[in-house]
Design a protein around this ligand. Structure first.
Ligand code: TNX
Length: 541
C-alpha cells in the first residue's frame, strides 16, 4: 500500500508499565504479551480476603475483560502471601517468566499489590503498542500519605446505592482509602435514623409539604431519596473489602435546614426574624442554646457510629452564618452568659445589619463563633464518650473546641489554611477548593460545566498542586493526607459528573500516594487514559 509508510506502526514497543498512582519504586524487566486472566492463589485468610475483594472489583469494573479467570480456566498464577516487616499499606509485586507474586504484611497491602497488577495487565492488553507486561523484577510500593480521601455530597443530588458503590470501586482502583460521605445538608437528610423517622420521611424529599419547596436551594432534584440502614451496611462492607473506610458526616450546626423542617421542635420556639446562609437558606442552623438539641445529637451520633465501624464521626461545622440565631432569645442569653452584655448587644438583631457569611476567619471573635464553639465542644464530648474520633471542616478548629489528639480537620477555603492549622497542632487533611474541589470547572472555556467560587482547576493544576509545600517540619507531622471533594450542586447530570470528576480524581489520588519527587505530569497524562470512569456504567436501582 502506497500510503502505509506515512503511518508506521512502532517497530518496538516502549518498555513502560501503566500504573496510577505511580509506585515508590518500579524495577521491572522484560516484556511479554499480556497473559490471559490472572489465577489468584492466596495463602491464608488475609490473602483470601484481598483476593476476593480484588476479584469482585474487576468483575464489576471490567465485566467484559475477565481480568481474573474462573477457576476452570488456566490463567497466570499469582501467589498472594504474607511478608513481615512491610508498612501498613505497603506491598511488593514480583514478576517471573510466567507468574507473579504479591507480598504484604496486611490485607490492604495485598489488595494494593493486586490492583497494581490489574493496572499493568489492563494497560498491556488494551494498548499493547504502548505498555508492556514484565517478565521479571519487582515493584516495591507504599503510599506517601495514610489518608487519601474522596468526599461525596449526596444531598444536593441524590445518588443511588449502586452509584455510590460504583464511585467507591473507582476510588479503590485509584488506591484511595477514605470515603467521606456527606449525608446531610440544607437540601436534604439522607441517612435513616430509627429514632427520628421524620428526618428521612420529610427531610429526604422536596416538593409539596416536604423539606424544601421545589425550587429553593441548588439543583433540581425533585424526587430525592435516602439510604436505609441495610443499604449503608452493604456499602460499608463493599468499601471494607476494597480497603476503604467510610467516614460519615452529619453537617452541624449549619447546613441543617432539611432536618429543621422535619423536626421544628429543635428550634427555639421564641425565635423571630430571619438570617440567611451563604447559599440563601433561612434560619438553617441548629441552635446551641436549645437544650433538646443535645439529646437529639446524641441519638444521631449513636445510630450513625453503629452503622460506620471506622469510628470516626465528621460533624461538619462549616459555614455557620454570621448572623445565626440573632433572633433567638435562648441564644442571646447564652451569648451574654459566655461573653457578657456587650457581646449580646452586638448580636441582637444582627440579621438586619449583616449579610451572609461563611468561613472561620469571618466569624472569628464574633458572638456566633462563641456559641458555635460551645456547641462543637459538646458534640465532640458526645463523640469522644463513644470512643470515636471527631472529623470537621476547618471551622471545627475555631475556638479550639476539639481535643487535638481526638480530632482532625479538613482545610478547604484556601491553600494556606492547612499550614496554619498544622502549625497550631491540628491533624489536617488538605482539600483546597482551588485545587481539590471537583465541582470547580476544569477551565474557563464557555462549555465547561462546574462552579467557580474557588476559580477553576484543570487536571494539570490539580495534579501539580503539592500539599506539603509551605509546611514547616512541625506542620508536616500533622499532615494526614489529601482529599478530593465532590460537591454536587453542579452535578445535574451524569455526563457533567464525569467531566468534572475524571481524571481529576486520579490526579488527587496520585498526589496522595506518590512522593513529590516521583510525580510527573507528563507520565500521568500518558497513563491516565487507561483509567476507568463512571460514564456508561451507572447501574440503576
Ligand atoms: C462550600 S466546603 C461548601 C459547600 C459547597 C461547596 C461548593 C464546605 C465545607 N462548604 O457547602 O457545596 O462550597 O463548592
Amino acid at each position: 500500500l502506497k500510503g502505509a509508510a506515512k503511518f508506521p506502526v512502532p517497530a518496538k514497543a516502549p518498555v513502560a508499565v501503566s500504573i496510577i498512582p505511580w509506585p515508590k519504586s518500579v524495577a521491572t524487566t522484560g516484556a511479554r504479551t499480556a497473559p490471559p486472566g490472572l489465577d489468584l492463589k492466596p495463602e491464608g485468610s488475609e490473602a483470601g480476603k484481598a483476593a476476593a475483594g480484588f476479584a469482585g472489583l474487576v468483575a464489576d469494573l471490567f465485566a467484559v475483560e475477565g481480568l481474573v479467570r474462573p477457576a476452570s480456566e488456566a490463567g497466570m498464577p499469582v501467589a498472594i502471601r504474607h511478608k513481615a516487616g512491610l508498612g501498613a499499606e505497603a506491598y511488593e509485586l514480583s514478576f517471573a517468566e510466567n507468574g507473579a507474586s504479591v507480598e504484604a504484611s496486611t490485607r490492604q497491602g495485598m489488595f494494593y499489590g493486586l490492583v497494581t497488577l490489574g493496572h499493568i495487565l489492563r494497560g498491556a492488553r488494551q494498548y499493547p503498542q504502548t505498555f508492556v507486561f514484565p517478565t521479571g523484577g519487582v515493584i516495591a510500593d507504599e503510599p506517601g500519605f495514610a489518608y487519601r480521601g474522596c468526599h461525596l455530597d449526596v444531598a444536593r443530588q441524590f445518588y443511588s446505592g449502586a452509584e455510590v458503590s460504583r464511585l467507591i470501586q473507582l476510588m479503590a482502583w485509584n488506591k484511595l482509602n477514605k470515603f467521606h460521605w456527606h449525608l446531610s445538608e440544607d437540601e436534604a437528610w439522607r441517612v435513616e435514623i430509627s429514632a427520628y423517622p421524620q428526618l428521612t420521611e420529610i427531610g429526604a424529599w422536596r416538593g409539596h409539604g416536604k423539606a424544601l419547596p421545589p425550587l429553593l436551594g441548588s439543583g433540581p432534584h425533585p424526587t430525592g431519596g435516602y439510604y436505609s440502614k441495610a443499604v449503608i451496611r452493604e456499602i460499608v462492607a463493599l468499601a471494607d473489602s476494597l480497603a476503604i473506610s467510610v467516614i460519615p458526616e452529619i453537617d452541624m450546626p449549619g447546613h441543617f435546614y432539611a432536618a429543621l423542617q422535619a423536626l421544628p421542635e429543635l428550634r427555639d420556639p421564641n425565635e423571630t426574624g430571619e438570617y440567611q446562609s451563604v447559599q440563601g437558606f433561612p434560619n438553617n442552623s441548629l441552635n446551641p442554646a436549645h437544650e433538646p438539641v443535645y439529646a437529639f445529637v446524641e441519638k444521631v451520633v449513636d445510630e450513625v457510629l453503629e452503622l460506620f465501624p471506622a469510628g470516626i464521626f465528621h460533624l461538619g461545622a462549616d459555614e455557620v452564618p454570621l448572623a445565626a440565631w440573632s433572633g433567638s432569645p435562648l441564644a442571646l442569653d447564652m451569648i451574654e452568659k459566655l461573653g457578657g452584655s456587650e457581646m449580646r448587644k452586638k448580636h441582637e438583631r444582627q440579621f438586619n445589619q449583616l449579610g451572609n457569611h461563611g468561613g472561620a476567619d469571618e466569624i472569628e471573635g464574633s458572638p456566633t463563633a462563641l456559641i458555635q464553639a460551645a456547641f462543637i465542644r459538646r458534640v465532640h464530648e458526645i463523640i469522644k464518650k463513644k470512643g470515636a474520633i471527631t472529623g470537621g471542616w476547618e471551622e471545627a478548629a475555631h475556638g479550639d473546641a476539639v481535643d487535638k489528639d481526638k480530632a482532625f480537620v479538613i482545610g478547604w477555603r484556601n491553600v494556606e489554611i492547612n499550614a496554619e492549622l498544622a502549625e497550631r497542632g491540628y491533624d489536617i487533611v488538605v482539600s483546597p477548593g482551588q485545587r481539590y474541589y471537583l465541582d470547580m470547572a476544569n477551565g474557563v472555556a464557555w462549555a465547561e460545566p462546574g462552579a467557580g467560587w474557588a476559580g477553576w482547576s484543570g487536571p494539570q493544576e490539580t495534579y501539580e498542586f503539592e500539599s506539603r509545600e509551605g509546611m514547616s517540619e512541625q506542620g508536616l507531622k500533622h499532615l494526614l493526607g489529601v482529599q478530593a471533594c465532590i460537591w454536587s450542586e453542579s452535578m445535574t447530570d451524569r455526563a457533567i459528573f464525569d467531566r468534572l470528576v475524571f481524571p481529576r480524581l486520579s490526579a488527587v489520588a496520585e498526589a496522595g500516594w506518590t512522593l513529590p519527587e516521583r510525580k510527573s505530569w507528563n507520565r500521568f497524562k500518558s497513563l491516565v487514559g487507561t483509567m476507568p470512569i463512571m460514564y456508561g456504567n451507572w447501574a440503576a436501582e
